[in-house]
Design a protein around this ligand. Sequence first.
Ligand code: ADP
Ligand code: MG
Ligand code: MG
Length: 486
Amino acid sequence: MSTRLEPCVSINFDSSTLDEIVTKAKDWALMHGVCMRSRLNFSPDSINFAPFVLVPSAFPKKEFEKAIELQTLVNEMIHRIANNYEFLKSTLAITNTVDPFTAQLFKIYTTVQEEGVSQAIDLGLIRSDVMLGAEPEMPLSSFKLRQVEVNTIAAGFGWLGPSSGRLHRFVMQELSHGDKLQQLPENNALESLCGGMLKAWEIYNQPQAVILFIVEEITYNICDQRFHEFEIRKQNPNVRVIRRNLTQLGRGGAVLDAERKLIVDEHEVAVIYFRCGYSPDQYMSADGCEWDARLMIERSKAIKCPSISYHLAGTKKVQQVLADPGNLERIFDDPDKVARLRDVFTGLYSLDLDEEGDRAAEMAIQNPEKYVLKPQREGGGNNIYGIEASVGEVLKQLKGNPERASYILMDVIKPPLLRNWMIRPSTQPMLVDTLSELGIFGVVIGNAKEILHNSMGGHMLRTKIHTANEGGVAAGLGALDSPFLV
Ligand code: ADP
Ligand code: MG
Ligand code: MG
């Protein structure tokens, strides 16, 4: 059994108290945009509140502060990798032979590298995701931050993160715990991320130019995206945001002019913010028009968030190779920086078809419940876990098969359990054991030579029922949460 934390306030409500606070919290969420579009009963004209847990989750203050302080270094790490052609090339060489999606991204990367990039500036709005890890049955004080991954494309929840904190402030006050609100840390994610886009827009320096959001055909996580758009207008009333999907852009919706300006329906585009484009099913057309759009964007003068090099710097393979001894040292000369980053890494293993990969595969076949098998994918729902789909079975099937190298292997992190009420649309509140994943946002702007801006950009907390392998809120397994520092 895993370590269990105490909830931040008593949650043993009688049924009428529970009903009252849950009804009120749902209405607060609905009326403050803590919402998503329904996948089951989709209508463009309505939204549901997003799943949430009723009270904030206890989180050790020391580890939270460590994550916050580490973020600018994570930003710098990603920026340096993205600007290191040799590192990306050697790291992804084998992956590119077995994973067509990464190979296609890499092809665009090499194309623009050979042609010469039209825009030297990169904008990174990234999110480093961490969990608390320790051996089961350990006291809370022994739990340490463990990095799950760094997202460099479409890192969402800049609105839903901070708004969950506001929802929890309201709930805590309603439950007569207003005296504890100082344990809910401030969170300026939306202002920071949109501020980053506006800084990039200013660097582009064309007053008429717009910010283009690349979006899905149907956006379920609509509040998160729209509140970014509204915040941009609030911070700078002169800046317009337009939304397009890759299919539209690839079928004549965008052109490059002679100076490589990206033009979308008469609008010159200054900044491109991807909320889509990280998954093969988002490049679905047989004629490859979405890939045409991605290449056109990459060739353009617009500042991309992310550029293709940032996208590649966020792959799982890069994360695994960085964890190998000696490789962080290829990125940083400073041993102190190397040590601070390495401190949050967890066991990561190559599955290339060599002796080292064979050893890792054998280790996981012996103890599958200790490992997660990850392909080069984003967006949740792609990993294979020891318990059900069986890491061991998959690795046995892949024995001697070069495709094994398209995966990496990672130690399972076991966070402490915390009891909470999970609240979902059209469902009774459920009292469940949960575990959480903290995301810290980072904003970085720079070119190959220097970093012009580097800041921590707020946080988000997602919580899932402890038996679920993955906790995507949009995917329906997770719930919004906020940290209560203890
Ligand atoms: P994606 O890019 O698809 O989000 P992640 O690596 O973040 O991929 O994995 C998805 C989810 O799986 C995470 O949000 C987390 O809930 C779970 N997960 C991933 N790696 C681990 C791990 N090492 N230990 C425990 N859970 C993990
Ligand atoms: Mg990811
Ligand atoms: Mg993730």
